[in-house]
Design a binder for this molecule. Structure first.
Ligand SMILES: Nc1ncnc2c1ncn2[C@@H]1O[C@H](COP(=O)(O)OP(=O)(O)O)[C@@H](O)[C@H]1O
Ligand SMILES: [Mg+2]
Length: 364
């Protein structure tokens, strides 16, 4: 088997798995100074966009293509490339198609998709100017596109809304939900979907602190919230998106109404994956490889499900004990360190809450 990976930044997370499967690896990257270029069997530096990867895939006669793109903007190009390569050359591309990316890449479009399929989402209004606002404060102002909390503001007064409109001429205005943030990964291929255990990402704050900066835990344990409901809702969303690869979904559970609300979907490798793997043993990036080599199987996933208590802590620069090889996996480790220097996070797991506490004390 020979696979083409697009993008090197996440490649060290699954290099060990690609090797263990005896897969021949080809990788394209647009930045010649990027990390991990020493790991694959062959690397091609190509211009940005999908023409380069497509040419390399055909020239190298690969069996399948696995995009490893962790940011939103290129996803639509990947989706177009998928549709072209799959229909013209019959080479599987393990990614979302154009419809799924269009539905999820814009938060405004996603809201109406939730409404169409009967999934609850926080009350909202599209504002073209601050005077149109009919909702009570606090509200959350967002742009259609963005990730990592970019262009998001919690507004407490009309002054805040006016200030936001100094920078933007439209806003998605959402009711502020006081409660818990939950993320979940769903894997899908060939019309089959599996929703992995939900992860708890902390409580919403009136400052709009992004979960990137909070301590997170798995499995999700929020009073009044049934994880089956989260998994069922996530499954339904994925099934209606009807595409391949990873779907990471964000939800909020309102303390006041005890209602689960869907917030957004990311159709790409995402920051929840370390906690998912720590909690249940399933690694979404390895599953992308399994999809590519024809070994993705729901029954195998169910057979391999584990149950651990896990947590992820923002740590800046990690200085604790060294993990064992392969260092970016839980194969031989009860913790994984990831993220760029200065913004590192450690994800740890144990078989009891007490054990997890002791492990975290040792690591931090
Ligand atoms: N309706 C809301 N109520 C309370 N907090 C919110 C709301 N919407 C967003 N937030 C806060 O802002 C963060 C980012 O919002 P999100 O829509 O997920 O955008 P991003 O793509 O930047 O992650 C959320 O994780 C949450 O902390
Ligand atoms: Mg989010």
């Amino acid at each position: 088997m020979k696979l083409l990976f697009i993008g090197s930044r996440l490649y060290d997370d699954l290099d060990w798995y690609v090797r263990s499967k005896g897969i021949e690896s080809v990788l394209t990257e647009s930045n010649e100074d990027a990390i991990n270029l020493d790991l694959p069997d062959q690397v091609f530096i190509v211009p940005r966009g999908m023409d380069g990867p497509k040419q390399v895939a055909l020239m190298q006669n690969v069996d399948a293509i696995v995009p490893l793109i962790g940011i939103d903007p290129p996803l639509i190009d990947v989706a177009h490339m998928k549709e072209e390569i799959e229909s013209e050359y019959n080479i599987p591309v393990i990614a979302s198609d154009v419809r799924a990316v269009e539905l999820t890449s814009n938060k405004i479009r996603t809201k109406s998709f939730y409404e169409e399929i009967g999934v609850a989402t926080p009350q909202y209004q599209i504002l073209n100017n601050p005077n149109e606002l009919k909702m009570d404060f606090p509200v959350v102002l967002k742009q259609g596109e963005g990730q990592g909390g970019k262009d998001i503001k919690v507004a407490h007064s009309i002054d805040d809304v006016e200030e936001y409109f100094e920078e933007f001429d439209q806003a998605l205005c959402e009711k502020f939900v006081e409660g818990s943030e939950i993320s979940i990964e769903v894997l899908g291929y060939g019309g089959e979907y599996v929703a992995l255990p939900p992860i708890y990402k902390g409580e919403t704050t009136l400052e709009g602190t992004h979960p990137l900066n909070k301590v997170k835990t798995g499995p999700c344990m929020v009073e009044g919230l049934d994880n089956n409901l989260v998994q069922h809702t996530a499954y339904k969303i994925a099934k209606n998106l009807d595409s391949d690869g990873i779907f990471e979904m964000d939800f909020m559970f309102s303390k006041e109404t005890q209602q689960l609300y869907a917030i957004e979907v990311n159709t790409r490798p995402n920051g929840t994956r370390y906690l998912t793997t720590a909690t249940c043993g399933i690694n979404s990036l390895c599953e992308l490889v399994n999809m590519a080599i024809g070994e993705f199987s729901l029954s195998k996933i169910y057979d391999n499900l584990e149950y651990h208590y896990s947590t992820e802590i923002p740590i800046g620069n990690y200085e604790g004990p060294s993990p064992k090889e392969p260092i970016k996996s839980f194969e031989d480790n009860d913790f994984v360190v990831h993220g760029p220097e200065g913004y590192q996070r450690v994800t740890a797991r144990a078989d009891s809450k007490e054990g997890l506490k002791q492990l975290v004390d040792k690591l931090t």
